[in-house]
Design a binder for this molecule. Structure first.
Ligand code: T5A
Length: 212
């Protein structure tokens, strides 16, 4: 059985990943494709517990290396328990964030650097990489306005704008380095326009998969 396809959604806070993930699933449904929807950090009960540790504001400062290792600990569990089994069953896997977020938030935001994240990526994931990554790009102020409407901010959402500038710059550098995998979408526009771009990118992947 051929492996399923692995699609990830990335972007800054409030970019619309969850909203557009639901849209992407409706596209897969329409094509009769079987898929698993998941998210990071999280995706299994244990990894969701680690997510709670990562997102909860706390008095004790979490050091960046602890944060990085927790992210990859959750990912190791997620990959083995959810992602690889689904791909091996031939299902598509749609994940709200994956390792690009680690390069952006821990590598750049926390200034741990790319080399360490690269090493852990190789160690934890082996050859596993997404087939397609949709990067939803919104100016920070728009994203934060959307997030603020939801209420209390998590530990990342409380960061300063310099942190998010580093995060965004890292995403853009990754897109530039791997333009085949990424689709860069201006997500500050109306949802219907954003979704028409998502439909185009996912449609291409579906077409290529059928032809292969
Ligand atoms: N993290 C994660 C790391 O540091 N390292 C890692 O390796 C990983 C995997 C949690 C945090 O974890 C960090 C990064 C994050 O800070 P998360 O749960 O993905 O990750 O957190 P958020 O990015 O904060 O997710 P949000 O749910 O806040 O944002 P979404 O999913 O991008 O936005 P969404 O879809 O909930 O939309 C927000 C609001 O905007 C509206 C929606 O209706 C909603 O109300 N909206 C639009 N409004 C107008 N026009 C549009 N085009 C709209 N699109 C959405």
């Amino acid at each position: 059985m051929p492996l399923g396809k692995f699609i990830t959604l990335e972007g800054m806070e409030g970019a619309g990943k969850s909203t557009n993930l639901a849209y992407l699933c409706s596209m897969l449904d329409a094509q009769g494709l079987v898929y698993t929807v998941t998210r990071e950090p999280g995706g299994t009960p244990l990894a969701e517990e680690i997510r709670r540790l990562l997102l909860a504001p706390r008095e004790e400062k979490m050091v960046p290396l602890c944060e990085l290792l927790l992210v990859f600990a959750a990912r190791a569990q997620h990959i083995e328990a959810v992602i690889l089994p689904a791909l091996k069953r031939g299902e598509w896997v749609i994940s709200d964030r994956f390792t690009d977020a680690t390069f952006a938030y821990q590598g750049a935001g926390r200034e741990l650097g790319t080399a360490r994240v690269n090493e852990l990526e190789q160690f934890v994931q082996g050859e596993l990489r997404p087939d397609l990554t949709l990067f939803l790009d919104v100016p920070l102020d728009i994203g934060m306005q959307r997030v603020a409407k939801r209420g209390e901010l998590d530990r990342f959402e409380r960061e300063q704008s310099e942190f998010f500038q580093r995060v965004r710059a890292a995403y853009l550098a990754r897109i530039e380095a791997d333009p085949e995998r990424f689709i860069h979408i201006d997500a500050s526009r109306e949802l219907s326009i954003v979704q028409s771009e998502i439909a185009k990118a996912a449609g291409e992947l579906m077409k290529n998969t059928k032809q292969a």
